[in-house]
Design a protein around this ligand. Structure first.
Ligand code: DC
Length: 222
């Protein structure tokens, strides 16, 4: 393992807790890259659907994780997914695809197959902020700083509905279902990593959350 492997900060938490916005800003402040590991699950779920696979086609899904027909790209503004040379980032972010992603993420073989792709994101970069559900527990257990970012169910649903112009009640129902699926699955469920700092972003704005985590990052790096 080379030393850059340790220049990793993980941010885990439930859906719509603000992980992507915080990761983007934090990486910008540190001069690092950031990755939404959810993009791997969202990308695979979307591509699988387009290629006619279902969640029960486990072997084909595993093969698909290594297929050159799609790639995850760490841009500064967003983690993008390219499929057959087209940018499908907007499509993978749609709520219906989030449900598909949560489904394929239940499959242990799929999780194992995507692990190396996610770990590769830390190679050849000055540092990496990795966000998701199991970044601190499974993907980067040796991260220098682990954050568990959360907020109340109501605040998270309101944020998602506002951002995506969705009905609040429906968003809340879908979110509850996805939170339950992501936390109760057998393989790498959403959990607070050991030694993680828990940040409840309720009542805090983005700037305050980033400043708080940045100050811990500076300490951890010194
Ligand atoms: O963070 P997100 O909403 O983009 O993630 C979409 C789904 O992908 C989420 O419901 C569960 C899965 N996921 C996961 O299982 N492990 C991760 N590290 C990231 C996402």
């Amino acid at each position: 393992m080379n030393s850059s492997r340790y220049n990793v900060i993980t941010i885990d938490g439930p859906s719509a807790s603000g992980k992507s916005s915080v990761s983007r800003e934090l990486a910008h402040k540190l001069g690092w890259k950031w990755v939404s590991t959810g993009a791997f699950y969202r990308g695979l779920a979307y591509v699988a659907m387009k290629e006619g696979l279902t969640p029960s086609d486990v072997e084909d899904l595993v093969v698909m994780t290594r297929s050159p027909i799609w790639q995850v790209r760490m841009d500064d503004d967003q983690t993008r997914v390219i499929y057959r040379e087209k940018d499908i980032t907007a499509q993978i972010l749609a709520e219906e695809n989030a449900q598909r992603a949560s489904q394929v993420s239940q499959i242990p073989e799929v999780r194992a197959a995507l692990l190396e792709n996610q770990r590769d994101c830390a190679q050849g970069v000055p540092g990496l902020v990795a966000e998701g559900r199991d970044c601190g527990t499974v993907v980067f257990p040796a991260a220098i700083l682990k954050i568990y970012l959360t907020a109340s169910q109501e605040e998270r649903a309101a944020r998602r509905a506002r951002e995506q112009g969705l009905n609040l009640e429906m968003t809340q129902d879908q979110q509850k279902q996805r939170d339950h699926q992501d936390s109760s699955r057998a393989a790498a469920p959403l959990a607070i990593p050991l030694h993680a700092r828990v940040v409840d972003s309720g009542g805090m704005d983005l700037h305050q959350v980033v400043e708080q985590i940045h100050s811990w990052a500076v300490k951890a790096l010194s």
